[in-house]
Write a protein that binds this ligand. Structure first.
Ligand code: GLP
Length: 244
């Protein structure tokens, strides 16, 4: 694991965006895995800014979403599909044919999940997977208790995750389940970059530093990946003993 300590949140975001842009510039047909959450909003805003500034060519790149809520209508404003359309696909003018979503809207989710795995394989696999982390250590929606070998599947959200995200569902219809790439699926990406910002992530980052392959905290599984970069802002790094 490579840890990048940043002197500000903006610097941390810029580090992640530089990794994405470098990847696409050096290999235009890159396959990028996309995450959601508040943390990633700043990444997508900066990515759009840099791409427009540099007229970055994106037409050969391809994208896979990490997860999606189950039970929301396709165009629900809080679905991850709409999240990424609004923040990345529309501003970058990416085509629908350049992205795959976990098919969480169908009636046979088990089959749909294995179809998604097949699509991932057929694409040649993810070159760079973007990740955030939940306060309980979840990755994508791989909640505590998830197995290291888990694949794309239907998962139940924990009370903690539902509490953390219910602010986005003022009508009280926060979903109880999601379809998420598994830990085993994520670990097959060639490179992983995880961005953690803010004080709410300081405890889980401290836990990560001291634990390995701990099913109570799925982020710890990522330490066994050969190319895993953890990017932290000062608040997320505030409980660990590394110095800039
Ligand atoms: C959701 C997503 C995760 C994301 C996490 C953290 O649960 N499924 O992929 O990492 O939120 O979100 P935030 O950045 O809002 O803390």
């Amino acid at each position: 694991m490579r840890v990048v300590l940043s002197s500000s949140t903006a610097e941390a975001v810029s580090t992640v965006v530089t990794m994405i842009v470098d990847k696409i510039e050096s290999h235009p047909a890159s396959v990028i895995g996309l995450a959601t959450g508040k943390t990633m909003e700043a990444v997508y805003a900066e990515w759009v800014r840099v791409a427009q500034d540099r007229s970055l060519k994106l037409d050969q790149s391809f994208y896979f979403m990490l997860d999606e809520y189950v039970g929301l209508p396709d165009q629900h404003p809080e679905s991850f599909r709409v999240y990424i359309q609004r923040r990345l696909l529309n501003p970058l003018e990416l085509k629908k044919s350049q992205i795959s979503f976990p098919p969480a809207f169908g009636s046979n989710l088990e089959k749909d999940a294995s179809d998604y795995e097949r699509l991932l394989k057929e694409s040649g696999g993810i070159d760079l997977q973007l990740l955030g982390v939940g306060t309980n250590g979840h990755i994508g929606f791989n909640e505590p208790g998830s197995e290291k070998t888990s694949r794309t599947r239907r998962v139940k959200l924990t009370t903690e995750t539902r509490e953390a995200n219910k602010v986005h569902f003022p009508e009280g219809n926060m979903p109880a389940e999601a379809l998420s790439m598994g830990i085993g699926t994520i670990l097959e990406a060639k490179s992983l970059v995880l961005l953690a910002t803010g004080k709410s992530k300081a405890d889980v980052i401290k836990y990560l530093m001291n634990h390995h392959d701990d099913s109570k905290c799925p982020i710890t599984y990522l330490k066994s990946h050969a190319d895993f970069t953890l990017v932290l802002d000062p608040d997320a790094a505030s409980k660990i003993n590394l110095k800039i």
